[in-house]
Design a protein around this ligand. Sequence first.
Ligand SMILES: *[C@@H]1O[C@H](CO)[C@@H](O)[C@H](O)[C@H]1NC(C)=O
Ligand SMILES: *[C@@H]1O[C@H](CO)[C@@H](O)[C@H](O)[C@H]1NC(C)=O
Length: 267
Amino acid sequence: MAGVFSSKMAAPLALLVVFVACVSYAEAAAGGWLPAKATWYGSPNGAGPDDNGGACGFKNANKYPYMSMTSCGNQPLFKDGAGCGSCYQIRCLNSSHPACSGKANRIIITDMNYYPVAKYHFDLSGTAFGAMAKPGLNDKLRHAGIIDMEFRRVPCNYKGLNVTFHVEIGSNPNYFAVLVEYAGKDGAVVQTDIMESNKGEGTPTGVWTPMKRSWGAVWRMDSDRPLQAPFSLRIRSDSGKTLVANKVIPANWKPMTKYSSNVQFPA
Ligand SMILES: *[C@@H]1O[C@H](CO)[C@@H](O)[C@H](O)[C@H]1NC(C)=O
Ligand SMILES: *[C@@H]1O[C@H](CO)[C@@H](O)[C@H](O)[C@H]1NC(C)=O
């Protein structure tokens, strides 16, 4: 999470900006460019936090498909985790800073920063901030520290990847937590449901149970009886599209393991 502009938020501020969240998607979805402030954190050519992760739970943000083009969002962008994985084009104009190229680049929300900076605030990785510059002027632009920028919501493209589920550390038969990653197009997942299998037969029960957002892009299911795998998982994106990954979590699942599905939102 953030360096200069610390993400340690004051709770009352979160309440103040909640109403802003309600209009942000509608505005950004309309396709027009909206004004925002940009800062950056981490190392100048890095992916943000030192561990290449962030408050969404996505790891290896320095690698494909993130490629260090990542950002913290403030409340209307991070949305308490519901904005995790959503994609935006960002640009800065030379009227903001002479090093700005005006060229649009796509970034992915992987982290949060609720420090009050502006209505919309992208606390970008050093890489993403520098990418808004004219060729060779990345360092010069980063030196500005904070600039005016513009953004608009765009589809994500996780080419070559299907929706992937990482079973989180500590998961056990009574507690199942899963990180949902690489949901294409909308990027953001707003609901995850789980379906168990019938004991012995391994056939799906036909009953979907909603999971709860634990934090970031991690969803959890608590149960006072052992959950019966294989599990099917159903996700819903923020535009209302759903996908079912049938029996994606096998009977012999293990924590700290990634299970790739064979489904993806159409591009
Ligand atoms: C700034 O951008 C405008 C519009 O694209 C262009 O006409 C102008 O030459 C640019 N100025 C600099 C200093 O690059
Ligand atoms: C994604 O799923 C499709 C089937 O829908 C499959 O053909 C493809 O190999 C999968 N890709 C990966 C990377 O798992």
